[in-house]
Ligand binder design. Structure first.
Ligand SMILES: Nc1nc2c(ncn2[C@@H]2O[C@H](COP(=O)(O)OP(=O)(O)O)[C@@H](O)[C@H]2O)c(=O)[nH]1
Ligand SMILES: [Mg+2]
Length: 415
């Protein structure tokens, strides 16, 4: 992987951490008043808003304390291992001859009924472009399944990131950012994000700690609330992301602001049963992600694993590869160009692979190729490093006029 691409390995929250937490069933609620130390007078405060703020500040204190405390990691891992053994659920999910998963709960004795409960379901992440949805999905899954860049509208597909523990499987659905579309591609991206909100178990609506809750965020929250509002079993998790960039007063302020917007929307729609929790998170460092994942799992219905438990995405390899090429190009291009780039694998004869890079204008072709082919060369090196060193990767640049506005081109690209 390249240094531009945040991946799980570089971050301090790893898959085992998440697994351990889920296995032990330890749930570290930040919105529930019973989690507050009873000696703390602030716990007496009546009313959700204050409770959210109090716990949020405590949560962030703990997060900051952890930052100085890297040595603890080994001990934690050991503890998790021990607890894993205690809460063992042996192969509760099996696969039949056709590879379909099913649950056998008659294989074990009566003891530990709770541990045997297997939960599974879909969790869709929505938010304005660039708030950090893809980064969070990668962080929660513990693998790089969705590409990330500082340019808005990087994600063009619904990307599924699959996270499995012994007791649960969450299928995270990363979506393109919800925004006001200017092109046919933009309209399709919005549709795709809204599509992913139908029939979900959990919706994560994400805002950023560093900027005020604007009209774009309100639209996102409204869509998210609509998706869960009439379904008593669906839950909404509101995430305030990028807390690593803000002081905790600002984070607490943002948590309060977003919760009052949510309350307003709920009141306006007369939804009374919506189950909403608030989480301060840094998708980039992983702080707060484990708590969030635990909560998401506890909100899932009982059900079998939908995917084999050792896969982290259902994106075909050719799509993953084309996306990695696009990610590297996004890191090296500016202004309007990132939106004009599309990539697709045109030949796959492993280890020989050809990827076509589409741009919209002749003038863009030169920029993508770079002086003496320098840009393409660097992209190729980074992609091979991230994907497979033994691959022979050929990159071609083609001009396809106005592909973003043409249905036929979008169909061909799978958008
Ligand atoms: N500082 C900081 N940056 C973040 C965090 N999460 C995401 N980012 C950055 O925000 C930009 C957009 O992230 P991305 O995941 O592509 O956002 P998306 O458009 O919502 O999917 C990237 O440059 C990320 O590295 C975070 O928690 N902290
Ligand atoms: Mg994204």
């Amino acid at each position: 992987m390249t240094d531009q691409a945040p991946i799980a390995g570089e971050q301090d929250l790893d898959r085992e951490d998440l697994k351990g937490a889920a296995d032990t069933g330890e749930i570290d609620a930040i919105d529930e008043t019973d989690e507050i130390d009873e000696s703390d007078e602030r716990a007496e405060i009546d009313g959700i808003d204050e409770a959210v703020a109090v716990v949020a500040v405590e949560e962030i204190d703990a997060m900051l304390a952890e930052l100085d405390d890297d040595d603890d990691d080994d001990d934690d891992e050991q503890e998790d291992d021990e607890e894993n053994e205690d809460g063992l659920t042996l192969g509760a999910v099996l696969y039949d001859r056709d590879g379909n998963p099913y649950v056998r709960d008659d294989l074990f004795g009566d003891e530990g009924d709770e541990a045997k409960t297997f939960r599974s379901g879909f969790c869709t992440i929505v938010g304005r472009p660039n708030v950090g949805k893809s980064t969070l999905v990668n962080q929660m899954v513990g693998d790089k399944v969705s590409i990330v860049s500082s340019k808005p509208n990087t994600t063009r597909f619904q990307v599924r990131g699959i996270f499995s523990t012994e007791n649960a499987q969450v299928i995270f659905v990363d979506t393109p950012g919800l925004h006001k579309p200017k092109t046919t591609l933009g309209a399709r991206l919005n549709e795709s994000a809204l599509d992913a909100l139908s029939d979900v178990d959990v919706v994560v609506a994400m805002v950023e700690a560093g900027s005020a809750i604007g009209p774009g965020d309100k639209m996102v929250l409204e869509r998210a609330i609509n998706a869960v509002g009439n379904r008593s079993k669906a839950a909404l998790k509101v995430v305030v992301n990028k807390v690593d960039k803000s002081g905790y007063e600002q984070v607490a302020e943002r948590l309060l602001a977003v919760s009052s917007v949510v309350d307003e929307i709920l009141a306006a729609k007369s939804f009374t049963k919506v189950n909403v929790d608030y989480f301060p998170v840094s998708a980039k460092t992983g702080k707060g992600a484990k708590v969030l994942v635990d909560h998401i799992i506890s909100s899932l219905p009982e059900g079998p694993a939908y995917y084999p438990t050792d896969v982290t995405t259902d994106s075909p390899e050719a799509v993953q590869l084309a996306e990695l090429v696009r990610e590297q190009l996004l890191h090296r291009t500016h202004d309007e160009l990132p939106h004009s780039i599309a990539c697709r694998v045109s030949e796959w004869e492993w280890p020989r692979v050809k990827v076509e890079i589409l741009v919209e204008r002749d003038s863009q072709k030169g920029i993508v190729i770079g002086k003496g082919g320098a840009v393409l060369h660097d992209v190729g090196v980074a992609v091979r490093e991230a994907f497979a060193a033994e691959m022979f990767l050929e990159l071609f640049v083609k001009v396809e006029k106005h592909w973003q506005r043409r249905d036929d081109a979008l169909d061909r690209l799978g958008y």
